[in-house]
Design a protein around this ligand. Structure first.
Ligand SMILES: Nc1ncnc2c1ncn2[C@@H]1O[C@H](COP(=O)(O)OP(=O)(O)OP(=O)(O)O)[C@@H](O)[C@H]1O
Length: 292
């Protein structure tokens, strides 16, 4: 018997097209397309207020985009958070959202609710099916705690974990819904360098398990180390997308971060005129101040 093995082909996990989100007169996200494929870690960067979190909220059904659509593995998603999670997209938030007074294990078990089929009656009457499902859920939750390095703290209250471990627990809880795509919103915010390094290792390990990752981060060095591809949002628009080294060297990206003039920005003469006018106004106000 001959067996033929074919190299795994990369498939599109996330396909967002033409996503636009307006809040009244403000367009927070404008016509953004973004694909994430299996086996990829993709970064989403941009200055404060660029629309990154709003875009995440559009992907996860927290916001109904004004225009555009979001497809997961070829199926357009309804903009409802629980249906998006059920489909296979999990996320963490910019601000930690754990159940502080529940144990570490209980927090992960909560994350499994979209994957347990046993109904309310089964749970209330503690039918055998429910007990079996509960045991399987606990076993899986413990596996995830092993994977994220938190197993020894399974019985600790979430609020007693150090900051870096709370962030890990959020990731463990997100993984509990068995996603095919994990969205991380600033996973290293507030972390020290060792915690950041550990977070990087964990994200690589998640990718190696076959889960695609889309990550928002302000720490550019972290993003450039981690990501296969990086997309840059500025004022709601995607201005560049490509491999980390290409994006890093792109002058529009440098301009967006450093505030240097770029194409279409006021020229040197205009800037000099503004400076001269400001200097004159300053001189006048100083003279007026002296007169008082
Ligand atoms: N619910 C909302 N209602 C009105 N405006 C909003 C809402 N959410 C976000 N915005 C506005 O949309 C723009 C984009 O904000 P968003 O939080 O998505 O940016 P960001 O790139 O995630 O920023 P940061 O890096 O600071 O987290 C901002 O001008 C923000 O004030």
């Amino acid at each position: 018997m001959t067996t033929t093995t074919t190299a795994p082909t990369s498939t599109t996990v996330l396909d967002a097209t033409g996503v636009t989100m307006r809040f009244g007169g403000l367009t927070a996200v404008r016509d953004v397309d973004l694909k994430v494929n299996t086996g990829e870690i993709v970064g989403l960067i941009g200055p404060n207020g660029a629309g990154k979190t709003t875009f995440f909220n559009c992907l996860t059904g927290l916001y109904v985009p004004t225009e555009g659509k979001v497809a997961y593995k070829g199926t357009v998603l309804p903009p409802k958070p629980h249906l998006v999670t059920q489909a296979g997209i999990a996320r963490t938030f910019q601000n930690i959202r754990l159940f502080a007074n529940m144990t570490v294990l209980e927090n992960v078990l909560v994350g499994r609710h979209t994957r347990t089929k046993e109904g309310l009656w089964s749970a209330l009457l503690r039918l055998p099916g429910f007990k079996r499902a509960e045991e399987a859920s606990r076993a899986r939750a413990m596996e995830l705690l092993e994977f994220t390095g938190l197993a020894a703290k399974a019985d600790h209250l979430a609020r007693n974990l150090p900051y870096g471990e709370q962030r890990k627990l959020e990731i463990a809880r997100a993984l509990a819904s068995e996603p095919g795509l994990l969205l991380l919103d600033e996973p290293t915010a507030g972390m020290n360098p060792q915690e950041t390094r550990a977070a990087e290792e964990l994200i690589f390990a998640i990718r190696d398990k076959g889960i695609a990752v889309l990550v928002i981060e302000h720490d550019i060095r972290f993003i450039m180390n981690l990501c296969d591809r990086v997309a840059v949002l500025v004022q709601g628009e995607k201005i560049v997308e490509g491999p980390a080294e290409v994006v890093q060297a792109d002058e529009r990206v440098i301009a967006a971060y450093l505030g240097e003039p770029f194409e279409g920005a006021p020229g040197k003469e205009e800037a000099a005129e503004v400076e001269a006018a400001e200097a004159e106004a300053d001189a006048q106000s100083t003279t007026e101040g002296d007169e008082k």
